[in-house]
Structures are given as structure tokens and as C-alpha cells.
Design a protein around this ligand. Sequence first.
Ligand code: ADE
Length: 237
Amino acid sequence: MNFHILTLFPEMVEHGLCTSILGRAISAGILTVNAVNIRDFAFNKHNKVDDYTYGGGAGMLMQAEPVYLAVESVREKAGHIPRVIYLTPQGTTFSQSMAEDFSKEEDLVFLCGHYEGIDERVLEEVVTDYVSIGDYVLTGGELPAMVMIDAIARLVPGVLNNKDSAEFESFKDGLLEYPQYSRPEVWHGKEVPKVLLSGHHKNIEEWRFQQSVERTRMRRPDLYQKWLEQKDSCKES
Ligand code: ADE
């Protein structure tokens, strides 16, 4: 899968994405990260990409043409017209099911805004998905793009070396993951729950499930409610 990130700070995403699990997947040729500097498409004297907003108001806006040309360059490289995600607090809140949907694409383009945003006209022409990573405002789209890429990439076959670990995640079946323990058996006077030492797989599975349910009920009542509703609708059908 190919991630194309259109940004004014390409080194930020290159450094952020090329380590650890994603770095390994890039070396293995499973993923590519193509950081495109929007400034390279500003064909004016000072490579300027921003200007004042019509109608007045504080701050500068990224201009349409360099963004458009950067998108065009990626379309050419990809050989088709990939989805273009614009990172903005005005978008749909990113979720695990959106990550699953995006992970099926061959190419994805992330458009990272800065300053006061991007000229609306180019957004209308190129953006297919407006996505937010939460109800707070960041200084640019690079961190949200990296968050999304991490969540999407780990779902791409071969990125995690154990297939189970992709499935075995906090949102499996809509429940949070149960607590886990490693050695030593007693740490700071706290013992590992006895059932986990029993070797009785069925009991362990049941204990973990109950822990998941209880943890979801306590920490994420919103998810718990959804899980209950989904469980009931399965029973009815
Ligand atoms: N750009 C600035 N804040 C953002 C957010 N919360 N999500 C996505 N993009 C953003």
C-alpha cells in the first residue's frame, strides 16, 4: 500500500513513519511513504504557497494552485485517481471501521493543511474524504495523517508479523481488551490473577471475556451501550 502525504513539512512525516513496525514494513516493500513537498509546486520567485484571505481576517491561507499541482503529481505517479483525505477538525471523526475501509485501497493521499487552512476551491476539486482525529485543534494535518497511517497500515496484510495481533485489538467485537500480565508473578505485592496461572484455557477465556465486558462498562459506557444493543439484535435475528 502506498501512502502519499502532501505537506509543507515532509521531514516531519518521513521521520515519524520510518521507525519501528512501519519502518520494517517499508523496508520489506509492503508499504511506501511518499512525502510530497507542496512548496515544490509553487512556481513563483520565493516558492510562496500562502496568501491573505479575501474578505479579511487573521492569518494566511494555503493557495489552490500548488496544492492542485501536488495532487496531480501523485495521480500521475499512482496511475489512477486515488482517494484524497483532507485532515481537518471539520471532518468525520476517525474510527477503527474507517481504518478498515481505507486499508483496502492501493494508494491513499493525505492533504495536510497549515496556517488558516486551504483555499476552498481546490478542496472542492480534489478531496474525497474530510477526516478529523478528534474534537481539538492542532497546528497542522501532519500529526493526524500519521495517526491515521499508523492505524491503517497495521491492518495491511504482512505489516504485523502475527496475524492474530491485528485481530486481537481493543475494539474486537466492540469491547475493550482485557488486562494482561507478564513476569514476575508478584510485583509491588500485586499478584497475577490465579486463573491465568491455571492452564485451564476455557476458564481463562471466560475470565478474559468478563474482564473485557466490565472494563468496557466502566471506561467506555458509550461503547458498552452499543455492544449491548448489537448483542440483543443478534439474539433477535
Ligand atoms: N487539523 C487540525 N486539527 C485537526 C484534527 N483534530 N483532526 C484532523 N486534522 C486537524
